[in-house]
Design a protein around this ligand. Sequence first.
Ligand SMILES: NC(=O)c1ccc[n+]([C@@H]2O[C@H](COP(=O)([O-])OP(=O)(O)OC[C@H]3O[C@@H](n4cnc5c(N)ncnc54)[C@H](O)[C@@H]3O)[C@@H](O)[C@H]2O)c1
Length: 313
Amino acid sequence: MTEPDRPFRNIAVIGAGLMGHGIAQVFATAGFPVAVHDTQPAALAALHGRIRDNLRALGQNEVIAERVRACADLTETVRGADFIVEAVQEDLAVKQDLFARIEAAASQDAVLASNTSVIPITQIMSALRRRQRALGTHWWNPPFLVPLVEVIGTEWTDATILARVIDLHRAVGQSPVHVRRDLPGFIGNRLQHALWREAIALVQDGVCDAATVDAVVKASFGRRLAVLGPLENSDLVGTDLTLAAHRVLLPHLDRTPGPLRLLEELVAAGRLGMKSGQGFRAWTDAEQAALRARLIDHLLDMRRRETGTDPAG
Ligand SMILES: NC(=O)c1ccc[n+]([C@@H]2O[C@H](COP(=O)([O-])OP(=O)(O)OC[C@H]3O[C@@H](n4cnc5c(N)ncnc54)[C@H](O)[C@@H]3O)[C@@H](O)[C@H]2O)c1
């Protein structure tokens, strides 16, 4: 059997995309050697450049990128790793197949984690032989500026391993929370997509256009959300006021049990958002770049204010 409290020393990340490269960066910044695997040679070739660009933007030492090793072979990537996190596309069959191969190649002691956004960890890990060593670690984009990691166990996950994984993520500067039930979307994405469904419904029903939805959120409760969570806000205004509002409002909120028609229509028409130049609204390249830059500046500012230092410090 395994040493229950052997410290994590070597990290492996499977998938070098948007999330994988950022997760690798966080572990490397904390001093861990990180092996990263991807099936696409182009993703591996871009890995160090992406991490170096991020480190430069953060004012951090680019030498950190040298702790990250790009690796074309899955077996070699996971061999010797004691914490292995998967960040490949959001597809249950792909993730199940990948974890079967990871488990076959990894050491018996390794802990296996999925960064799935919404798929229950139980479904991903059910066929593994060492299911007690498997769990979910759900990060947010970009991993090096958004601190939350939702840590999700299944009915099989060993409580000691869950606690060690929470400690690991705290030690690398993230803010882990334990999600006690393995529900689709965990906590954060359930809340986020409840809001998005109502946002889409308001546009579909002709109440306002997409730009107005976003303007309303950003100029009102969006301003408060980073310091005042919804249930803190309910306590602030009073649970009695919340109850009165819910009696009037909840029967009128959208409860469509699947994706809304408007969203289906956009995707069918090839209006895929920024990557196709148009989604709920049209985006020029300059508008996209400006929005991304504003977001990074905002997240950097928040991190500086929280830590009292630059992210580099
Ligand atoms: N994008 C986000 O904001 C976000 C946030 C949290 C969680 N997630 C989740 O993280 C995961 C990855 O998302 P992403 O946005 O980084 O996707 P991405 O498309 O940017 O990257 C996925 C990478 O995985 C590689 N890949 C695919 N199949 C593979 C395999 N079998 N073995 C090795 N590599 C493989 C691809 O080549 C690609 O480079 C998904 O499950 C997603 O739902 C995404």
